[in-house]
Design a protein around this ligand. Structure first.
Ligand code: FES
Length: 205
């Protein structure tokens, strides 16, 4: 799958309806594309460009700025081991080395079974719980080599129920009714947004 599926295109159009300018929906639509495929496929980025009204190069320029957007396929689980100062002082380098040995890959690579991509990253803002890691952006604190091995077993066996496949940021999707959406009107036009009209006539709370 690459272009957004019909179901995801419908979600994309609902997201677009929340913004006065279509381009403002670029980041949420990129997350939707990454949720669909696990990474940002070229066709999906082209589709997003069409939907928001810019060029594929502009989409790529935005996506490539953010580390969370992956431009190549990754494993079902992306494990980010923090190697910044607090974690380093409490054994992060040893933990990363252990992870490389256990998984048979170097940081930045994906295991042969496509299950796990390993990354060493800078501070993930949980310094008081060092050494720590994220798996698909879900935190694991005060990690030990044994806890890492258990985590990998749990991931491969589908026992880590709080960790969705890579690309899924939230398991609950925000929905905004059409009459509460900002609508695709240029804010500089001076036209009153749909939701304001509803409020001024008492039609919407
Ligand atoms: S140094 Fe590792 S979370 Fe801050």
């Amino acid at each position: 799958m690459a272009r957004l599926s019909p179901e995801n295109e419908a979600i994309a159009r609902e997201i677009l309806s929340r913004y006065p300018r279509r381009r403002s929906a670029l980041i949420p639509l990129l997350h939707l594309a990454q949720e669909q495929d696990g990474y940002l496929a070229e066709d999906a980025m082209e589709h997003v460009a069409q939907l928001v009204g810019c060029t594929p190069a502009q989409v790529l320029g935005t996506a490539s700025f953010y580390e969370m957007f992956k431009l190549e396929p990754v494993g079902r689980y992306v494990v980010n081991i923090c190697t910044d100062i607090a974690c380093m002082l409490l054994g992060a380098d040893e933990l990363l080395h252990h992870a490389e040995e256990q998984l048979g890959v170097r940081a930045g690579q994906t295991t042969a079974d496509g299950a796990i991509t390993l990354e060493g990253v800078t501070c993930i803002a949980a310094c008081t719980e060092a050494p720590c890691l994220q798996v698909n952006y879900r935190y694991r604190y005060r990690m030990t080599p044994e806890a890492f091995d258990q985590l990998c077993d749990d991931l491969r066996a589908g026992r880590a129920e709080d960790v969705p496949p890579h690309g899924t940021l939230a398991t609950v999707r925000q929905r905004i009714p059409a009459d509460r959406a900002a609508g695709p009107a240029d804010p500089s036009s001076g036209a009153e947004p749909a939701w304001m009209k509803g409020a001024s006539t008492g039609g919407a709370a």
